[in-house]
Design a protein around this ligand. Structure first.
Ligand code: 4AD
Ligand code: MG
Length: 450
């Protein structure tokens, strides 16, 4: 169909403005841009509106001047409700008083979805209880605090990979469904699926890394792990992420040296790249700045002495609880490495100390400031006979571990590794009260939703 001859040519569409992220807003000073996000807050003062927008990367205050925009745009801006989604265009202007140092003189506001006034966003600036926030975790994640924590978490997981990659480790992941326990049978999650066989969600990828380490030399796995923890503490989740390096021809000493380089690398990265987020969280970073090798090392025996000196009832042979860990770490500004535990309280796979076989060549790294154990690891049994004996002593199924025993038949070597719980590390580095805020959707005793 041809156009009627007498219609005026359509006005040229206004050139689309660049769509930018708020975190990059300083690069657009003096220019007109578009941002896409949500209304975070609104202040009104006569003929002026001061909406604050967020786009996931930052906050930007807009200024809407009634006389400078069309009545429709002003009306649309004015009716915006908390968390309504919007596309906003305007001119970026540096302003020292504005949060983030920039403001936007708004030209246009497009509403993508308006949150109903009758069913407003449930989380308001007033104080909410923890239960309420946990029930609304899917919405709570939009808060500035949660945003900062999860950005630090991202930096930490990336730094873990970067450090191990630089150290020559290859990421080789472990399965999640497994036929046997790695860290004791009391915290196993059982699943119903495989015929004639029980399957469990993995507690640690370590046993599989012990297989891949003989194929690649130095490996790490990095994935979710599961523990049916029966206790409610500020340090325990039932689903958490662990990064686990493992190296062939490595000893407990090698792993302690790696652990201190690794933890220091991660903390340094966060300080370099996530200062703003740590500030949002009110984290005192002077303590983090002290984290560099070497870390103090004490034996389990020495740790018991320290506890007794501090008036604790702790007896040699016991396992440290949260309070003991806090007592032990309070004398140190850096993470402290406790090594050579009684074999009886450690996992079945731990290599005994040749000097004192009642001790295991294992290490726990305790974070400073009362954050407790962030790393557990050590040297693994390399003898077939001893491993078989331990499997029997621990009442584990020899059949389920046949492949694991194979590793001691075909080219066994001394080998060692460790696992760092990501949520424990995030909790410490961010200075949080509880691990529940360190993971997008925490899973704990009594918490499966949302
Ligand atoms: O000390 P764990 O049990 O060691 C292992 O699983 C070894 N197989 C790791 C290895 O050598 N490859 O756990 C390691 C770390 C702990 O230090 C802690 O940081 C974290 O995992 N962790 C938990 N984090 C949150 N919630 C829980 N329930 C945790 N249990 C352990
Ligand atoms: Mg442990």
């Amino acid at each position: 169909m041809s156009e009627p001859a007498n219609t005026a040519p359509a006005p040229a569409a206004k050139a689309a403005l660049p769509i930018v992220s708020i975190e990059n807003i300083s690069k657009w000073d003096g220019q007109e841009v578009t941002i896409r996000g949500w209304l975070y807050n609104m202040r009104e003062s006569g003929k002026l509106l001061f909406p604050i927008f967020r786009d996931g990367t930052g906050l930007l205050q807009g200024v809407v001047v009634k006389s400078a925009v069309s009545p429709e745009v002003f009306a649309r801006a004015r009716e915006l409700t908390h968390e309504s989604s919007v596309i906003v265009s305007g001119k970026v202007r540096a302003d020292k008083r504005a949060p983030g140092g920039y403001e936007m003189d708004v030209i246009d506001v497009q509403v993508v979805q308006l949150v109903s006034k009758d069913d407003p966003f449930p989380i308001t600036p007033k104080e909410h209880g923890t239960e309420f926030l946990m029930e609304h975790r899917h919405l709570w994640l939009r808060s500035q605090r949660q945003n900062a924590i999860l950005r630090v978490r991202h930096e930490i997981t990336k730094a873990c990979r970067d450090c191990l990659d630089q150290e020559g480790y290859l990421q080789v992941d472990a399965p999640i469904l497994t036929p046997a326990a790695c860290e004791g049978t009391t915290t196993l999650f059982e699943t119903q699926y495989f015929e004639n066989e029980k399957a469990y969600l993995t507690q640690s990828g370590q046993l599989y890394s012990e297989a891949t380490v003989a194929a690649f030399g130095k490996v790490y796995c990095f994935g979710p792990t599961f523990r049916a923890e029966k206790s409610k503490t500020r340090r325990h989740l039932t689903e958490f992420w662990m990064v686990e390096p493992e190296a062939a021809f490595a000893t407990l000493e090698d792993m302690m040296a790696l652990a201190e380089r690794f933890v220091s690398f991660v903390v340094k990265r966060v300080l370099e790249n996530r200062r703003r987020e740590l500030e949002t969280l009110g984290r005192d970073i002077s303590n983090l700045k002290k984290i560099e090798p070497p870390f103090p090392r004490i034996t389990y025996d020495e740790a018991v002495e320290i506890l007794k000196r501090k008036g604790s009832e702790f007896q040699w042979g016991g396992d440290f609880g949260g309070t003991d860990e806090t007592l032990l770490s309070e004398d140190f500004e850096k993470p402290v490495m406790v090594h050579r535990f009684p074999a009886a309280i450690k996992a079945f796979y731990m290599e005994p100390d040749p000097q004192r076989p009642e001790l295991a060549l294992g290490v726990d790294v305790l974070a400073p400031e009362g954050y407790g154990e962030i790393i557990g690891g050590g040297q693994r049994i390399s003898s077939y006979d001893l491993l078989l004996q331990r499997i029997k002593e621990h009442n584990l199924s020899q059949q389920a571990f046949d492949w694991y025993l194979d590793l001691r038949k075909y080219g066994a070597v001394p080998h060692a590794g460790f696992g760092m719980g990501i949520e424990r590390a995030v909790s410490w580095i961010c200075g949080l009260e509880h691990v529940r805020e360190t993971i997008p959707f925490p899973r704990m005793l009594h918490r499966l939703r949302p």
